[in-house]
Design a protein around this ligand. Sequence first.
Ligand code: NAG
Ligand code: NAG
Ligand code: NAG
Ligand code: NAG
Ligand code: NAG
Ligand code: NAG
Ligand code: NAG
Ligand code: NAG
Ligand code: NAG
Length: 457
Amino acid sequence: MPRFAGLLALLGGLSAVLASANVSGIYGIVERRLPQHTGKFTFTSVEGGGDAFVISDTKGKQGGITVSCTTTSGCARGLYTYLTDFGGVDIFWTGSRLHELPSPLPKVGKPVKGSAIVPYRYHFNTVTFGYTTAFWDFDKWSLLLDWLALRGVNLPLAWNGYEAIALEVFREFGLSDGEIFDFFAGPAFLPWNRFGNMQTSWGGSLPMQWINDQATLQKQILPRMVELGMTPILPAFTGFVPRAMSSHYSNASIVNGSAWSGFPTAMTNDSFLEPFDPLFPQMQKSFIAKQQQAYGNITHFYTLDQYNENNPFSGNTSYLASVSASTIASLRAADPEAIWVLQGWLFFSSETFWTDDRIEAYLGGAPGNDSMLILDLYTEAQPQWNRTNSYFGKQWVWCELHDYGGNMGMEGNLAAITEGPVAALHANGSSMVGMGLTMEGQEPGNEIVYDVLLDQA
Ligand SMILES: *[C@@H]1O[C@H](CO)[C@@H](O)[C@H](O)[C@H]1NC(C)=O
Ligand SMILES: *[C@@H]1O[C@H](CO)[C@@H](O)[C@H](O)[C@H]1NC(C)=O
Ligand SMILES: *[C@@H]1O[C@H](CO)[C@@H](O)[C@H](O)[C@H]1NC(C)=O
Ligand SMILES: *[C@@H]1O[C@H](CO)[C@@H](O)[C@H](O)[C@H]1NC(C)=O
Ligand SMILES: *[C@@H]1O[C@H](CO)[C@@H](O)[C@H](O)[C@H]1NC(C)=O
Ligand SMILES: *[C@@H]1O[C@H](CO)[C@@H](O)[C@H](O)[C@H]1NC(C)=O
Ligand SMILES: *[C@@H]1O[C@H](CO)[C@@H](O)[C@H](O)[C@H]1NC(C)=O
Ligand SMILES: *[C@@H]1O[C@H](CO)[C@@H](O)[C@H](O)[C@H]1NC(C)=O
Ligand SMILES: *[C@@H]1O[C@H](CO)[C@@H](O)[C@H](O)[C@H]1NC(C)=O
């Protein structure tokens, strides 16, 4: 069985007729990682549903391998299946052995088919951008993005450059640079600043050069993601604002979030502009428009967490429903097809606050079931989907966390990550639509547990 097995789909299937996939980005993987084999691989796009591929020996004397696919991601995963199952080589977080692929290329004989069993294969945790990638250059990103593409990931988080956009938005709304830089954290702490857990930087403010460099890096990362068949999940305006916001807008509903991790008030209790305040959708619109202008209209997925290790101002269910209704309305006013991606960690970490009623109210504020995508963040050990009626119908992703704070875990519950996702997918009334990796830090040393999950997706 191919490693990407599961449901085998027949290419050129009956119903789905999709625009043909642009597979030119997959040739880039061959050029970067298998330079001695350029010209030996052929990728072709065929019509059909889902993310599916067929690997076959290229007909004719020249030999080589042909991968045909219904989507760019399907071709990438088809190439990976060939490289690992027939070529005996792999790519790792620590490097790559793909260049050791034998020549001439081993034949496959009977064509090999595979297809994804879920529409979304997700990667990253907001905090990975602090624990692991804070100081990465594009070479390191390039290796990781090839790793992701080959494993079939098609929905990665893309936080780099957030402060460049946020800075422009805050300036437009009248804040001074001093007030804004009083809010931004240092590079390695930005995930928790973005979450509204902490604010301000010590040892000097976040350098402007760093902000600009990150925006430049994002302009390399995003096109690469797109050409590898991925839809980036981009940031949005969350509501967390510099403390000085309330002196500029004395009428605005701005509340303080809770204290985080024992920090003194000056560094935590971040100010939060309530989403039902008229200022919120204006700032959202400004944020998304600036982001589209900077990076193009490449996604409808937005990562947005208001209560990660940070409890709401009130537990009143009408209040919670109003916060989420206003938040999704602001996103959709800026991008009519916006989908709100939420890290579901809060429902576990603040389980006593987040009773079923409150979760239902908060999620229920967003219309229908497709307006949100919830990352059930720690499904292998602390699933929340099963206490919330599959998030009351909202779409969600089965995620493996495994690594906390960049601590290497030479362990892994293989039964939980193999039986678990398949059982959840087939559970009665399941609204699960993806599988993904939400490790806090990516520590090399135990990639087995990550491979195993994505191999099933
Ligand atoms: C396909 O993607 C490549 C980038 O990988 C781009 O240069 C090219 O214009 C695209 N082709 C079409 C038809 O969109
Ligand atoms: C604040 O609200 C009051 C009462 O609604 C209004 O008169 C005033 O103009 C508002 N001020 C600002 C700065 O919006
Ligand atoms: C938020 O905290 C700051 C700093 O302690 C304080 O000055 C401000 O009054 C607080 N705001 C609210 C709405 O409680
Ligand atoms: C900070 O949050 C804590 C709750 O975590 C609260 O008790 C305290 O009053 C808050 N401080 C401010 C200034 O808002
Ligand atoms: C919740 O808020 C609504 C609207 O402000 C109010 O009518 C209701 O009494 C509140 N419920 C509780 C339990 O405080
Ligand atoms: C991007 O989408 C926005 C609406 O969300 C639209 O106003 C803008 O024209 C689009 N830009 C491009 C380049 O298509
Ligand atoms: C959800 O599943 C986990 C893991 O199987 C289990 O420990 C937990 O009791 C379940 N929760 C509910 C409410 O069924
Ligand atoms: C959302 O899912 C729930 C649970 O399956 C279902 O009861 C509800 O009708 C769905 N809502 C829509 C708008 O489809
Ligand atoms: C699945 O759920 C529906 C609605 O809750 C129920 O009517 C049906 O009996 C369930 N089926 C199974 C096999 O549990």
